[in-house]
Design a protein around this ligand. Structure first.
Ligand SMILES: Cc1cc2nc3c(=O)[nH]c(=O)nc-3n(C[C@H](O)[C@H](O)[C@H](O)COP(=O)(O)OP(=O)(O)OC[C@H]3O[C@@H](n4cnc5c(N)ncnc54)[C@H](O)[C@@H]3O)c2cc1C
Length: 343
């Protein structure tokens, strides 16, 4: 295996190199939309919002103010865009109440462009319909059956039922999925036929149509079929369950035993819809609202894993609940990727 500066021999290799944002070949999105894939992206978006609040709070012309504060997302099927939009909505609402009271609550707009007829099409339909209602009532604009066509620095154009519309936007975040397709995946095998360029794997987690059985591809990098559907790139089905099975299979091979077949177990899903609201399905038991929110929080804490971190996260939540989110802005931090998309 060749790395940046060295090469490594291996007996067994687990490839779990994740995914990258799937801009679906939309050049305008590549150039002008923000990604939301890692912590740096999250910090960038938070800074942009604080900058927008600063600017808007100093504007006196209502027309100008109204033009600036639009924040938009385009998403397609996944949970990330909805969770991000609801978090930002809560963040802005709290900031307007406490620090930017020259901006009225109706003077900013968060919009989710959804490709399907409701948001969250990957969860149970009854929960998705309820989630649509909750998100809409929280003040977020939902545009369903929308296909985003073009994103410029100041607006988004989109189609609904073959009719084209545009909407002003200052910050557009693209949360419309992820893909594999990195060079090292292609060098393992050319079988990346799924639209999102992940590698098809078989039940022992090795790539399909591949002559070696000592390379395992797991997590977001792989396309794994379960009951004819390719499982979505989220942690519980792929990265976590497959990680355990890949290690078991390596141990079995070392002991001269046949590999075991991976069988996926569906626990359900957890979707946060902002403060005190969630939709949850745990082992088929569906919940929503405040109770679901606390279940979501508890499970999240459990999944953090390390006791020390669990305590830190728990107290961080308590502090945020009592004192609100930090809105400290460090200007011109060198790691920020946003400058090219904003200028
Ligand atoms: C904003 C966001 C929110 C999410 N929320 C949830 C959620 O609530 N619940 C959930 O289940 N899932 C969620 N997901 C999805 C979840 O994060 C992924 O499914 C999971 O992290 C995939 O794990 P992985 O190990 O396959 O890849 P990753 O966790 O992405 O890890 C891949 C690692 O490989 C490294 N790497 C990449 N290329 C190379 C290379 N060439 N050489 C060496 N190293 C490399 C990367 O730097 C990274 O450290 C979310 C994803 C995003 C982006």
């Amino acid at each position: 295996m060749t790395c940046k500066s060295t090469t490594h021999d291996y007996d067994y290799l687990i490839v779990s190199t994740g995914s990258q944002t799937n801009f679906r070949d939309n050049q305008s999105a590549i150039e002008n939309a923000f990604e939301f894939k890692n912590i740096t992206d999250a910090i960038d978006i938070k800074y942009l919002i604080i900058e927008y609040l600063e600017k808007a709070s100093q504007m006196t012309d209502p027309a100008e103010k109204k033009k600036t504060p639009v924040i938009l997302y385009h998403r397609r099927g996944g949970i990330t865009g909805v969770e991000l939009a609801t978090e930002i909505n809560d963040f802005i609402k709290a900031k307007l109440r406490k620090e930017y009271n020259t901006i009225r609550q109706d003077e900013y707009d968060i919009t989710i462009f959804e490709y399907y007829k409701t948001i969250l099409p990957s969860i149970d339909e009854s929960q998705a319909v309820k989630a649509q209602d909750i998100v809409s009532k929280s003040g977020i604009t939902l545009i369903n059956n929308a296909s985003v066509q073009d994103i410029s620095k100041t607006c988004v154009s989109y189609c609904v039922n073959d009719e084209t519309f545009t909407k002003d936007s200052t910050i557009t975040v693209w949360t419309a999925g992820v893909m594999g397709g990195q060079e090292h995946l292609q060098s393992i095998s050319e079988n990346s036929a799924p639209p999102d360029k992940r590698l098809f794997i078989n039940h022992s987690l090795t790539p399909e149509n591949f002559d070696k059985d000592n390379i395992f591809v797991i997590g977001d990098s792989c396309a794994y079929k379960h009951k004819e559907n390719i499982l979505p790139p989220v942690a519980p089905p792929l990265a976590m369950q497959q990680g355990i099975m890949a290690v078991i299979n390596i141990m079995r091979k070392i002991d001269g035993k046949e590999p075991k077949e991976f069988s996926y177990f569906h626990f359900g899903y957890l979707v946060s819809l902002g403060k005190n609201n969630s939709v949850v399905n745990l082992f088929g038991f569906k919940m929503r609202g405040r109770f679901a929110y606390y279940v979501w929080k508890m499970l999240y804490l459990y999944k953090v894993g390390m006791f020390k971190k669990q305590i830190a996260v728990f107290f961080d939540w308590i502090m945020t609940a009592w004192f609100g989110n930090e809105s400290v802005l460090i200007i011109d931090q060198p790691t920020r990727k946003r400058s090219s998309k904003q200028e």
